[in-house]
Design a protein around this ligand. Sequence first.
Ligand code: 6PG
Length: 472
Amino acid sequence: MEKYNYGMVGLGVMGINLLYNIADHGFSIAGFDLDSNKVEELQGSTLPGIDVQGFALLDAFVSKLENPRKILLMVPAGKPVDAVLNSLTPLLSEGDIVIDAGNSYFEDTNRRVAELKSKKLHFMGIGVSGGEKGARKGPSIMPGGDSEAFNLLKPMLESIAAQVDGEACASYMGKSSAGHYVKMVHNGIEYAIMQLISEAYDLLKKGAKLNNQQLYEVFKDWNNGEMNSFLIEITRDIFQQKDDLKDGYLVDVILDQAGAKGTGKWTSEQAMEIGVSIPTIDISVGSRILSSYKNERIKASELYSKNEILIPENTELFIKEVGDALYLATLISYAQGLALLVKASKEYGFDIPLKDVVKIWRGGCIIRSLQLEKFYSAYTKDPNLTNILLDQDISDLVKSKINSLRKTAAFATANGISTLGIQTALGYFDAYTTQSLPINLIQAQRDYFGAHTYQRVDRDGIFHTHWSNIND
Ligand code: 6PG
């Protein structure tokens, strides 16, 4: 009896599309879901030449998989993953591989790796980005865990992933939960870029008074040049989408309150935990939170009315400066996320190859962009680069755009247009590139009220001073 190469648990939108993608590339695959409608849907698929089968009974599903079994899970993060593992692991044999392809929290993945290891099973966490379309046609895949197990999956993962310049957007991201960690940071950067694009939109709309058709043209131009990216491309299209319930554009009737599933928040929490500064990602999470206070924002806007916005004299120049500011603030957000990965790699012993991270983010994923080519060159020159802002070529690029970032931030500030992302990107850049920060004063204050001690610039050692209080 013929057995299937792979198994997929969870036939929701992402699971079924990934399953079809795997089958398209010549691997036979069985699907399992508790929901019999989803199993029937799979059974009813009439895709030519694809060897797939749906199962509603877990033991029947497991018995139809070749050894070692390679089972992907595409179920919601958290308890559902543990529930599947509780039912699945008693049916497995030594050496079988379970691959969690959802957005699981990396510490849950570490725990599951250990639990399955004690049962002589492999557990891998792989990040998959690209949404429904990506899953079907070629996502970016971030696998982490046991390298021996990874090697067994490599041919399949590389064949189903997006391809850029003949290179698959699927590479080994490192030990234990490195794959899920890299995906978490991907999402943190995704939050930051989305925040920055929304601010550029606001500046062009309120500052230059562009309408949706004009915004479409600007984003089209941007996407055709160095700013080419998936998020700029979909934003371009959003400005053309008409409302199907009444006259006008859909974007104008969408409520300004953002949802969030949690991966951005995890990125911020992690950065705090291991001591990395990622303010643009932090504020993008905070901005979504602030957006949910709609009623309070309405009250506050009535209490603090704003001056009329001064329209820039040269619209074309303004658009160019906003574009450059967006480009640079985006680059600074990538810099923050990548710096977090550098630190996490050491802290947790992941051994994350940064060069491969930016390589596989160039295609398939939500944050794919032309900028990543530049980071790929930077890490190719120096795989141990601690911050991409330290690369010579990147610094030339930054210098060519920094004035636009300053002017855009100044315009927004003067006119009361909220640009939390742009301001923090600039603030991070200015702090990171400053030799002497005023933190000497904070150290003095800490020592003054708490005897927390300080170090000196002119000699080694730890010092404490009995500060003289003029009121004593
Ligand atoms: C991806 C996306 C995907 C999902 C986000 C949305 O890489 O394909 O990041 O994972 O769309 O989780 O996150 P929020 O709901 O938190 O915006």
